[in-house]
Ligand binder design. Structure first.
Ligand code: GUN
Length: 287
């Protein structure tokens, strides 16, 4: 079997086009364009690229963006003061602080400092709590993007056995909740998990989000499985690799996401959906 590719680039372009049309329609009803504030702390080169992609996508769909680049040396109180200013700014519907943050800043305190109605990353305990309960709210972008990829590819989730590799707050944990709500049976694997290949072999759906290049081997994967690769790892030769050994796994899987061009663009598309959703929630059309 050779897997069908799930084209995240193309699907993300559709989503961005839809957001653009909804932003235009909203403006036609006399509402302002949604506004997204993005804070980048320090000089992490990967963060610089991710933030640039997010700002470019805003421009493509008519979302106003406000970029705040602050030095590594910023103190936690000063960063929280900036967030507080953005919380009170009516032109800002969404606030995103790109992670990781320098060691002297407590990222939990930063997440807690964002107004939950502007938390377009979906990381605030309020929004994570709502996701846990299956209630509407702002949902973390990467897992939301994975769910959109699966839906748009016509891949059923109900009743499937899903194995998630990685338990981060950004991907693994919220991914487990999304898939659980969609009717999958969930196993979350992590650095302490025993017999990992056996667990992967039991899965109809594998989501790899552990940050280790080409970690998931072809021989582990069940024939006909769906494999979603969230990893973006920079190799020594400068090329990118996912968390999955793509060439070997594609020989066994039914569906697979490439890296790049799979989950990555969907994170950005979901961010724009969340920003529009935040604007609509904060300033709804009167009925
Ligand atoms: N760093 C890696 N992924 C993300 C994300 O989805 N949001 C933010 N804010 N930082 C990240």
């Amino acid at each position: 079997m050779t897997a069908q590719l799930i084209d995240g680039k193309q699907i993300s372009q559709h989503i961005i086009e839809q957001v653009k049309l909804r932003v235009e329609a909203r403006r036609g009803r006399g509402k302002p364009a949604p506004g997204l504030a993005v804070i980048r702390v320090g000089e992490d080169s990967a963060s610089r690229i991710y933030v640039r992609n997010k700002l470019k996508a805003c421009a493509r769909c008519g979302v106003n963006s406000f970029s705040h680049e602050v030095p590594d040396s910023i103190s936690q109180p000063d960063l929280l003061a900036l967030i507080d200013r953005l919380n009170r700014d009516p032109a800002v519907d969404g606030i995103l602080v790109q992670l990781p943050l320098p060691g002297h800043i407590n990222s939990d305190a930063v997440t807690d400092g964002i107004d939950p109605s502007k938390d377009v990353d979906g990381f605030h305990p309020y929004n994570i709590g709502r996701l846990m309960l299956g209630l509407a709210g702002l949902r973390p972008c990467t897992p939301r993007g994975v769910m959109t990829l699966l839906q748009r590819s016509g891949i059923a989730i109900d009743g499937k056995d899903a194995v998630i590799l990685g338990r981060s707050n950004i991907v693994g944990r919220p991914m487990a909740l999304e898939l659980l709500h969609a009717g999958a049976t969930i196993t979350v694997c992590h650095s302490r998990t025993r017999e990992l290949p056996k667990k992967v072999a039991s899965a109809d759906l594998v989501v790899a989000a552990l940050g280790k290049p080409r970690f998931v081997q072809g021989s582990w994967v069940k024939s006909g499985a769906v494999v979603i690769d969230v990893g973006i790892n920079r190799l020594d030769d400068g090329s990118l690799a996912g968390d999955v050994d793509f060439e070997a796994v594609r020989q066994r899987a039914a569906w697979i996401t490439p890296v790049p061009g799979g989950v990555g663009p969907m994170t950005v598309a979901s961010l724009l959906e969340n920003t529009l959703q935040a604007a609509e929630n904060r300033d709804p059309d009167s009925s």
